[in-house]
Design a protein around this ligand. Sequence first.
Ligand code: SAJ
Length: 428
Amino acid sequence: MKIVTVGLGYIGLPTALMFAKHGVNVVGVDISKNIVQQLNQGIVQIEELGVQELLQTVLEKKLFQASLVPDHADAFIIAVPTPNARDQYGSCDLQYVKKALDTILPFVHFGNTIVVESTISPRTMDDVVTPFFEEAGFEIGSNLFLVHCPERVLPGNILHELVFNDRIIGGITPECTKKGKILYQTFVRGELLETEAKVAELSKLMENTYRDVNIALANELVQIGTKLKINALDVIRLANRHPRVNLHQPGPGVGGHCLAVDPYFIVAAAPKEAKLINQGREINSSMPQFILKQVVKIMEMNSGTKITILGQAYKGNIDDIRESPAIHIAEQLRLLTEYKIAIYDPHVQEENDETLKQAFEGSDLVLVLCDHDEFKKIAVENIQLMKTRMAFDTKNIISNGMDFDNYYTLGNIFQFESTKKKEIRFPF
Ligand code: SAJ
């Protein structure tokens, strides 16, 4: 069997290599000359466990080659970015998907299977991809088979999850679904879940939307707890002892290219109906401002002048800063000339101003915005370098909070309200 995969990013490349590992002849297509050249030289661009070794193996077996152009094949897999469009609701920008379809069309034959893995808005397979191929003379379900097979792999564990996670196989027709199933039986050990394309599209979006809305519930609880002077973290900890309750964790906002992106595809498709989903996005997007106001309160109450920001990645133990709330918070604080800002993230070196020690020197407040393992315990010798020993731990990750004179979390920030009122100017 021969497959062409279009898009060699953090999903496309592992998918291409996984098919090749299982004996399929794969041509991996990308628009980047640099990526294509490097891959053919055995050099991987993405940081993902096991991918470098897998590339070497399939190159040696001559089962994979990267190329700027497609080739004739039995199946084509599209795994290109689908960012938010710059429109009212942040709908799904399909420009890269459409470009990929144009690129493969000259090579598509009767009997081929076309799979879209990219996360797409509801009904894209029915209303965009199907007409595209029908206008080219194909009859979907009889001489061409269209399928949506969304990925659900967690960065850092992709090669394992590609094989063992259950996989949704959503065809335009039952015959399309069957063709998709035959394709993924090549390496998937999880269950292959057959459904319609539009159900597959909305299922993928709801996986991440479910998480985003639940994080918003935790973040709204923080704002309620701050007003009522009730520790929201205690409430979550105790409520979650119920066997069927799983309140998520509050934080400085929601980052990444999934939770901060996918819900908008649903809102854009059904704006009047997707009220809770939209509200969840609004709550999570408001958290950076909420954090900034608390930081200003802490600094003004203590006449602080230097802030040490720990963390710029969008979540713990990775280097990805896409849609990171920590980046936004740092940018806003830098605009306040009365404060000196020192940033340190061991996974995002390019954002660091100085060494960790320098970042702590003379600081009044340590602001933790990311749950990297390195921040689980703050070295006492670094705390002793501070002018005022305060911490605001928005990820509730520091285990030695008692080593600070004032240790604030999203559960106890209402403490400021109890101290003497001081006119606070919010520059945001
Ligand atoms: N976050 C919270 N509170 C929480 C959990 C997460 O504030 O309780 C924040 C994180 O700090 C981060 C953001 O939300 O800023 C996203 O975190 P995440 O753990 O959801 O990380 P992602 O976006 O890399 O992974 C999600 C996962 N989807 C689900 O859990 C349903 C992952 O399984 C998917 O593979 C991935 O999206 C994807 O690629 O779709």
